[in-house]
Design a protein around this ligand. Sequence first.
Ligand code: SF4
Length: 361
Amino acid sequence: MRQDPNDRYDPTMSTSGGHDDRLAWAAGEISRWFPTSARDLPWRRVRTPWRALVSEFMLQQTQVSRVAERFEPFLEAFPSPLAMVEAGEDAVLAKWSGMGYYRRARMLHAAAAAIVEQHGGVVPEDAATLETLPGVGRYTAGAIASIACGQSSPIVDGNVDRVFARLTADGSTPGAKGREARRWEEAEVYVAAADCPEVANEGLMELGALVCQPKAPQCLICPLARRCCALEAGKVGEIPPPKPRPKKKLVEMQVGVAWSGKKLLLARRPDSGLFAKTMFPPEAEAFPSSAEGRPLAEVRHQTTHRDVRVQVFVFPDGSKVSGAEWKHPDDPELALTSLASKIIALARQNHEDGSEEAASS
Ligand code: SF4
């Protein structure tokens, strides 16, 4: 009978010591390694639960280097949950501009509102209460509770999953039955053994990001190499096996651009769905049926789950499009997605070319 690859997991398959003992040992090794190896990142310079909450929301789907650039200006605009609530959701969306996945900005604003209404404006410090906030899952709650508040709370993200899978030679496929529960149990054993949960947990994520990387793990300099089961078994390259990727959903849109001098017609997207509540060129069908739209270009955009194709039309007159407003596209208060910015750049190029031709003829 063919063996199911998910049955290959055997926590005691190699190296000396048991499974829990190995995890406890790892907590000590990583806690010694991290202070001398940590990257200097803005949210690490001053630690508060609010800064940790904001950084975790920002880091969910945006690269560390991009978040590092945007973090302090964002915190200057919203230094506390109350300041964020008073500024309003539109201001948060505008400041989030260009970081993508705007749902996170809306959830962050909702979390700030819950902190103000239910916790007197003070970010809770225990993982269970943190998890009741909008947009805060088990990982984010554990990260804030442990890293910013020193609580012994477990964390599991992609980096932690990979380090533990390799350390214990867990060859199961990501998403396989029992794998996630096993990982959380391991994360609990790990953090419970740590003298400083904040150092052990943050160090664990850092090790996954810098050393035990998905494609090129640097086992030669890894503090866990001495007792890493995957390394000893020669299976580092096989663990974890690739996750089956779901096919992306195709989304097709048709939008219209119209100018009034240097101002462009923009409309707010609906409250839910793709690019919700952000400013975007209006749907082509919002223009009067008598208006003739000229095709300008097709713009492609990929998100994690979607393949978005936008057909852009140019309309000579946008005066009768209801719900849309004339806006200067450089207005920093506009919450523009990177796709909207791409379309606007194209439209502007076309508009300026057209103006030059008209001026020279
Ligand atoms: S020894 Fe290699 S595979 Fe094992 S935890 Fe370290 S970097 Fe990852």
